[in-house]
Design a protein around this ligand. Structure first.
Ligand code: ADP
Length: 654
């Protein structure tokens, strides 16, 4: 910090901040009162920070360790002030934290908001946590005066939310932050009860509602007017009233998790969750437990109703909060739960956690690992119970987090057994219901040996796959794997209750026991009969396919492409190619439907002249069609199209 004072300067907000401010000011936020919760949470976080720092550096406190948050409503100036003696901010931090929006998600937020309309704004704002700016929902001017410990000067920041702000150095004696909101007239007029944010009782009830659990006292002065008493203790009616000021603490400060479960209402849990984890919606599930024994801890975990917007795109920032005997230790601790449960929010309080410990050391703490294992177990138990007792709630859960659970199956070997019963898939059994693997197995036909699945981008494209034809005819249920991650999970599982998974587009369908054995015999005979034809087709398609076979899975389509029993499947090849250009290739097998008219034409052409261009073109076209049905583009689309055109012209001549 230089000694010379930095002069006042006017700066522009980042474009995205501007948009956000605009949104706040003209907002769709129906629930404007939450600005108070947001600012109090920021103050509390700032106190948490300094308190934590002071564990290893006592001097940082500058002798000021009566942590508190003060609310000061002022009728004359129409200002509501929120002050704290937390960590404060340096000049650069003010610019960084308040002048810009560091969060990369803000832009996405604004875009998403544009797309999804006003109705979802509340929910979205919750997800994106744009706390400080909510002040502009009720204030026409916001002033921040702050000083970080060890700094000789404070910083004064001011904005009317018009796209610019001013910043300058100033004097500030005590450490911490003061936020002054010059309220809009409509939010401080005495005749609008409930919307008057200068009214002490309104403020008191808002603190109770949203910030009761905050661990530092939230105080406010209440002025009492009393007439003096006479010697007998009677009020002297004609004496002028005397004003006394009483400081009241508005919040109870009891951390929710220390209370008895039965004394906590659902509403309290919900408020707690929303305040602590900046969510707008009530959580989908709450798990509160206290464990005593080798490891001792209390935990409150929540499954948010919605996954954050970027949950599946980048490493999400959530994690678990750690406390030790009610004292905050660390936020967003990610290594407690396995990655597939990273959507879980919550906290763990354990006397075994050491207060000043680094994240690196924590990772090796065996106590913490035990706690993590226990939490994982109880979360899985909760999900299991939800699936069996509250199916529709579970399906809501599945819609949000199903992919995460599936990723647990292929990324973490130990979890497979536990997670397989939590899987849900669409299937050919029902157009709107999802099925568990257990239910699928229970419905399997007597002679059915394997669990059939088909992959595709949506239900209708799977249902139209030529490979589905025979299975449909036989009434065999097929699971639909419509998520990219599904096949990885299924391949990782390999089998469920001794039943192997079988792709309908792969190798032998193992239908012998179900499909009549005559069929099998017939296919074998036809294969023998047409051996040289099949060989000639294969030769024509050398380098493209590994084999040509007579199909027993086709009914009305002329061809299909399947992959061999070993190696990766064609659909997986597609996914891998997208991720990594030089990836593995599936073994492709072209299957021909011996009962289709085209097969007979092919056969005739072959018998007339196996080296004719017509025969070669038929081979190429059949292969091209098989690729198209798999959603793949023929190797040379122009030649493919030209050959079809030629054939169409030919047809017309006849
Ligand atoms: P969030 O709290 O979600 O990070 P905010 O917009 O509410 O987002 O706040 C932005 C940042 O400004 C905070 O992360 C914090 O660094 C800083 N900040 C806000 N209020 C205070 C305060 N009272 N004391 C110290 N820093 C604060």
């Amino acid at each position: 910090m230089t000694q010379s004072t930095i002069a006042k300067e006017t700066r522009e907000f980042q474009t995205e901040t501007k948009q956000l401010l605009d949104l706040m000011i003209h907002s769709i936020y129906t629930n404007r009162e939450i600005f108070l919760r947001e600012l109090i949470s920021n103050a509390s976080d700032a106190i948490d920070k300094i308190r934590f720092e002071s564990l290893t550096n006592q001097e940082i406190l500058e002798g000021n360790n009566d942590f508190e948050i003060f609310l000061i409503p002022d009728e004359n100036t129409k200002n509501l002030t929120i002050s704290d003696n937390g960590m404060g901010m340096t000049y650069d931090e003010v610019i960084e934290n308040i002048g810009t929006i560091a969060k990369s998600g803000t832009k996405a937020f604004l875009e998403k908001l544009k797309d999804s309309g006003e109705g979802t704004a509340n929910e979205l704002i919750g997800q994106f946590g744009v706390g400080f700016y909510s002040a502009f929902m009720v204030a026409k001017k916001v002033t921040v005066i702050t000083r970080a410990p060890g700094q000789t000067k404070g910083v004064r920041w001011e904005s009317t939310g018009d796209g610019t702000y001013t910043i300058e150095e100033c004097d500030k004696e005590s450490r911490g932050t003061i936020i002054i909101l010059t309220l809009n007239d409509e939010y401080c007029s005495a005749d609008h009860s409930g919307e008057n944010f200068l009214d002490r009782y309104t403020l008191q009830s808002l603190v109770k509602k949203y910030s009761d659990y905050i661990r530092y006292p939230i105080k406010m002065n209440f002025t009492k007017e009393e007439k003096p008493l006479d010697a007998d203790g009677k009020v002297i009616e004609d004496a002028p009233a005397k004003q006394t000021v009483e400081v009241r603490t508005l919040n109870s400060m009891t951390p929710l998790w220390t209370k008895n479960k039965k004394d906590i209402s659902k509403e309290e849990y919900h408020q707690f969750y929303k305040t602590m984890f900046y969510d707008w919606e009530d959580p989908l599930e709450i798990i509160h437990s206290k464990v005593e024994g080798v490891v001792e801890y209390t935990t409150v975990l929540f499954i948010p109703a919605h996954a954050p917007f970027d949950f599946y795109q980048r490493e999400s920032t959530s994690g678990i909060r750690l406390y030790s005997k009610n004292v905050f230790v660390m936020d967003n601790y990610k290594d407690l739960l396995p990655d597939y449960l990273r959507f879980v929010r919550g906290l763990v309080d354990s006397p075994d956690f050491s207060l000043n410990i680094s994240r690196e050391l924590l990772q090796h703490s065996s106590q913490l690992q035990k706690v993590g294992k226990n939490l994982e177990k109880s979360l899985l138990k909760t999900l299991e119970t939800m699936l069996s007792k509250e199916r529709s709630k579970y399906e809501t859960f599945w819609k949000e987090y199903g992919k995460a659970i599936k990723s647990g199956i292929y990324s973490d070997f130990q979890n497979r057994e536990k997670l397989q019963d939590l899987l849900l898939f669409p299937s050919s059994q029902s157009t709107d219901e999802l099925t568990t693997l257990a239910d699928y197995v229970a419905r399997m036909q007597d002679a059915q040996q394997v669990i059939y699945y088909a992959t595709g981008k949506d239900r209708s494209s799977v249902e139209r796959l030529p490979q589905m034809e025979l299975l449909r005819e036989k009434g065999i249920e097929v699971l639909y794997l419509l998520d990219r991650v599904d096949e990885f999970a299924i391949e990782a599982l390999r089998e469920y209750k001794d039943k192997k998974f079988q792709s309908i587009s792969r190798g032998d369908l193992k239908l012998d026991e179900i499909a009549d054995s005559e069929n099998k015999q017939e296919v074998e005979n036809l294969a023998k009969e047409n051996e040289t034809l099949l060989k000639a087709v294969q030769e024509r398609l050398t380098g493209k396919i590994a084999d040509v076979k007579i199909s027993n899975r086709l009914k009305s389509s002329p061809v299909c492409l399947v992959s061999g029993d070993n190696g990766i499947s064609i659909s997986m090849e597609q996914i891998l190619t997208e991720i990594d250009k030089a990836s593995l290739k599936a073994q492709r097998i072209l299957e021909l439907n011996p009962h289709h008219k085209v097969f007979h034409v092919l056969k005739d052409l072959y018998e007339q002249d196996p080296s004719s261009n017509a025969f070669k073109d038929y081979c190429d076209l059949l292969y091209g069609q098989a690729l198209l049905m798999e959603g793949l583009i023929p190797d040379d689309p122009i030649t493919f199209a030209n050959k079809i055109a030629a054939l169409m012209a030919e047809e017309n001549k006849k």
